[in-house]
Design a protein around this ligand. Structure first.
Ligand SMILES: O=P(O)(O)O[C@@H]1C[C@H](O)[C@@H](CO)O1
Ligand SMILES: O=c1cc[nH]c(=O)[nH]1
Length: 354
């Protein structure tokens, strides 16, 4: 297997774009521009799977202040993340109100809003996150959100990494190690390059605390279309390969820089890249796939591990808001500003938080 370069030639399709121009995806004030001329000609746009619409809801009023869109597979994780962020940024709900699932009547996805943070579940696999991304990107457009940043906070299988390790994706490849997301459109295969924001990756990595009782690493993420055979497991309902073949495959992934396997990275990186939206995928490993297939860690351990990507993203968001003067520097909740000097260095190094 070879990693393709992911440029328009190797993708072999005119829809793969190397450089997306700013004015194609942003209005001068930074608000999201859609690369679909049909939408602005429509009387209203029904965001069917979110149970929201541009005709039925005042989307600017409801979502205009959103800066961070955080997504992960399960409704419970995203509800917990919303509560966690509420404490972190000291967000107070109006008296007598509580956090509500904004999309409860979609019966598809769950969505919570905490100030400038949206916390949304995406279900399992490419098609599910793909539909969500279309509608969330359109939501950003209708709400006139400015330069939003997207995070996926997920789980994965590690390649040569212990359970509980946090992996920040540098690249996303499919099960053939192609650096593109391939989708049939009007009877043609369209290949969209997968690309994460390098600066964002660097900033996140720098926010890993040496005192964290787990490792935070970066590397290539393989995105599979299946949990079992698609990830070379021996324990699916079917298996037509040997353990030796499985191990050869996993070793070849490792040799190609793949550090984890999950099921959304290609779609997530390709569609955010297509929309000109900065994005990062941060997952915790639930096991080392070089040592087994079954997820055996006890529920309490898995629950603790799942929080680790949230802590990293929480640090990023909190520090962003602190730098923007939107929350106080002495901070709230459990993510203390342990090392302001280090944060300053991160900023100087990457000239971020613009
Ligand atoms: O974000 P989550 O934990 O849902 O992502 C991974 C990839 C699949 O959707 C799922 C498989 O168990 O977990
Ligand atoms: O092995 C794993 C664990 C979580 N999610 C995956 O897709 N694979």
């Amino acid at each position: 297997m070879q990693c393709s370069t992911g440029n328009s030639q190797s993708c072999g399709n005119s829809n793969s774009e190397e450089n997306i121009k700013d004015d194609e995806v942003r209005y001068p004030d930074g608000s999201v521009k859609l690369r679909n001329p049909n939408i602005e000609l429509m009387d209203q746009d029904i965001l069917y799977h979110l149970a929201l619409g541009s005709g039925s809801h005042d989307l600017v009023e409801m979502f205009g202040d959103v800066k961070f869109v955080c997504m992960g597979g399960t409704p419970k994780r995203m509800e917990n993340f919303a509560h966690f962020m509420m404490k972190e940024i000291g967000h107070k709900l109006p008296t007598g109100t509580q956090l509500m699932d904004i999309c409860q009547y979609s019966y598809r996805y769950s969505m919570y809003k905490v100030g400038p943070i949206l916390s949304v579940s995406h279900g399992m696999g490419g098609p599910s996150i793909g539909i969500l991304l279309h509608e969330i990107i359109k939501l950003m457009y209708h709400a006139k959100c400015k330069d939003p940043i997207f995070f996926r906070i997920g789980t994965c299988g590690g390649i040569g990494l212990d359970g509980g390790t946090v992996v920040i994706s540098e690249d996303a490849v499919d099960g053939m190690l192609n650096r593109y997301y391939q989708v049939p459109i009007l009877g043609r295969i369209v290949k969209r390059p997968t690309r994460f924001d390098k600066k964002l990756i660097k900033e996140l990595k720098a926010l890993a605390d040496p005192e964290d009782p787990y490792d935070t690493v970066t590397g290539t993420t393989m995105c599979a279309d299946d949990f079992y055979e698609g990830q070379g497991r021996l324990d699916g309902a079917f298996c037509d390969y040997t353990e030796t073949e499985k191990m050869q495959f996993l070793e070849s992934l490792s040799a190609n820089g793949v550090r984890n396997i999950e099921m959304e990275a290609t779609v997530f990186s390709a569609l955010t890249n297509q929309a000109g939206i900065k994005a990062a995928d941060i997952c915790v490993t639930l096991l080392d796939r070089l040592k087994g297939d079954q997820v055996m860690a006890p529920k309490e351990v898995l629950n603790e591990w799942q929080v680790r990507p949230q802590i990293l993203v929480g640090r990023y968001i909190k520090r962003y808001l602190q730098m923007k003067g939107r929350i106080s520097l002495d901070g709230h909740g459990s993510i203390a500003v342990k090392s302001p000097r280090r944060f300053k260095l991160v900023q100087q190094e990457s000239q971020t938080f613009d």
